[in-house]
Ligand binder design. Structure first.
Ligand SMILES: Cc1cc2nc3c(=O)[nH]c(=O)nc-3n(C[C@H](O)[C@H](O)[C@H](O)COP(=O)(O)OP(=O)(O)OC[C@H]3O[C@@H](n4cnc5c(N)ncnc54)[C@H](O)[C@@H]3O)c2cc1C
Length: 483
């Protein structure tokens, strides 16, 4: 079962992912936003492809950022749109909650101006960003082979130089960061080795290797062995081709009022209908329309469906026509994002720090909030089997591997891997997938369309990728329906 876990001092479990005055947490359909009546406009009714008998023009499966972007734009294009969401909240793999008075994001968090889709949304709705202190730390530490050391300026420079050596072929392999296979031969070659292998094959000092392994493990949210070198290069090139730009892109700035604020503004803007607590089990293209069946057996119809189901969840839903076997196989295998993210409240002000570790349960810990009485740290680990987050002694021991003498007060985390509607964290393709499966991941036909942060070009595995995929799916739908 999915679970939000809290440690010593239990945190407030009320999730604030959505404004509850607006959205009912039942199975009924609710109109989200005042524009819904106006949104069912006639411009689309002139379309030859619309199904006259369907209640909706577009049904969007899933209420994460991909689904909300697709639904908003479909409404703006003039189509009566319904989002059907399995959970009793919107937001999918983004989840803002309260951690003893501090808002924290248990899922997707950081955004950046190098991420065009999410940044455009931030600008569109006039939202402010703020910074994670630990992204610009006063102190950097590293635990290597059980030894925790504070890094000197020279060592930090050496570490960064190591990164640049590791990703040196980035521009050649990915001359167009948003077109993964543009330089096909070079890309496929980079897809055939994993990051651990590439670190060993690169002329690096032992210190550089020790620094780069936990960094890669944090990026893939798994073992460095599970991250193809091509994926690491994609991160680097999307992040501007330099260590500093990349680190800023993926770990520094976040929406001041939370991911839920942006999500709510997109929902209100578009005004789609929303149905919560309605997991679907089947999607069937009937030729003239699409039929969606919920696990309760209810049938909903629309001219088209946009599925935003996470790739690891796709195999649990029945599709007609069936999904390509590759998509099912890869979904069952699961993408490489399988680690954990946690927040820890520790006693006193432990400083503004960033610490990484090899052979430790936590690969990355950074300061999120400093007060005189306590510090909030965000931590990432590559293997949930290495740390029981219900066990406070184990969590404190794991923290002490990266931050000396900390005294744990409480923790909070969310188990995305055992959540049936996520089955993983952020998506990184496994070795060989880009070579063998890329086309299948983007195939669609008839009246069933796909959008997900788990697939597509550019910032795949990020909020940006999710929004971009939703926007593009709405465009394809508009083309089919004759808008
Ligand atoms: C721990 C963690 C940290 C992350 N950090 C960052 C970060 O800092 N920055 C960043 O940009 N990205 C980050 N990400 C990634 C980012 O959150 C995701 O890529 C993005 O939110 C995915 O959006 P999506 O809409 O494609 O999928 P989802 O958000 O997963 O949405 C899919 C929706 O489908 C619903 N669904 C599933 N099954 C069914 C069903 N049978 N019937 C109906 N609905 C169903 C789900 O409940 C969900 O709401 C992080 C993710 C995690 C887990």
């Amino acid at each position: 079962m999915s679970k939000e876990t809290t440690g010593k001092k239990r945190s407030n479990k009320e999730l604030k992912g959505i404004d509850r005055r607006r959205f009912l947490t039942g199975a009924g359909t609710v109109a989200a936003g005042v524009t819904v009546a106006a949104a069912t406009v006639t411009s689309a009714s002139s379309s030859v492809s619309k199904s006259a008998s369907s209640e909706y023009d577009v049904i969007v499966i899933g209420g994460g950022f991909a689904g909300v972007a697709a639904a908003r734009d479909s409404m703006e294009n003039g189509y009566k749109t319904l989002i059907v969401e399995a959970r009793n909240r919107m937001g999918g793999r983004t989840l803002k909650t309260d951690f003893e008075g501090t808002p924290v994001e248990l899922g997707g968090f950081w955004i950046h101006h190098s991420q065009p889709f999410v940044w455009a949304e931030k600008e569109r709705y006039g939202l402010e960003i703020t910074e994670t202190p630990g992204a610009m730390p006063d102190v950097m530490m590293m635990n290597s082979e059980g030894q925790l050391n504070t890094l000197t300026l020279e060592q930090i420079e050496e570490a960064i130089e190591g990164w640049h050596k590791l990703v040196a072929p980035g521009y050649e392999v990915l001359p167009r960061a948003w077109d993964l296979l543009f330089n096909r031969d070079a890309a496929l070659k980079a897809d055939s080795v994993n990051v651990a292998q590439q670190i060993e094959a690169t002329d690096l000092t032992e210190f550089q290797k020790s620094y780069l392994k936990p960094l890669a493990a944090t990026q893939v949210h798994g073992y460095a062995e599970t991250m193809p070198y091509l994926e690491l290069l994609r991160w680097n090139q999307c992040g501007g081709g330099s260590f500093t730009n990349l680190m800023d892109s993926v770990g520094r700035y976040y929406l001041q009022d939370g991911s839920d604020k942006l999500l709510n503004m997109m929902i209100e803007d578009g005004g789609p209908d929303i149905r919560l607590s309605a997991p679907i089990k089947a999607i069937e293209d009937k030729g003239s329309h699409v039929e969606v069946t919920t696990v309760r057996g209810e049938k909903l119809t629309a001219s088209v469906v946009i599925s935003t189901l996470p790739m690891n969840v796709l195999p649990s839903v029945s599709f007609l026509p069936p999904l390509p076997a590759t998509v099912i196989d890869r979904g069952n295998e699961r993408h490489a994002g399988s680690g954990f993210k946690m927040y820890a409240k520790v006693k006193g002000d432990v400083g503004n720090l960033l610490s990484v570790g090899t052979s430790t349960a936590l690969t990355y810990v950074a300061t999120c909030k400093q007060t005189r009485d306590y510090t909030i740290l965000v931590g990432f680990g590559h293997d949930p089997q290495l740390l029981d987050m219900y066990d406070d002694d184990a969590v404190q021991a794991a923290l002490r591997e990266l931050v000396p003498d900390v005294q744990l007060l409480s923790t909070i985390a969310y188990d995305w891997n055992n959540d049936p509607y996520a089955k993983g964290t952020w998506c990184t393709y496994r070795q060989g997938w880009a070579s063998k499966d890329y086309d299948a991941f983007s195939s669609e036909s008839g009246r069933i369309f796909f959008a997900s942060g788990d697939h597509g070009e550019g910032w795949r595995g990020f909020i940006d990728g999710a929004i971009g995929s939703g926007i593009r799916a709405a465009q394809r739908v508009n083309k089919l329906l004759g808008g």
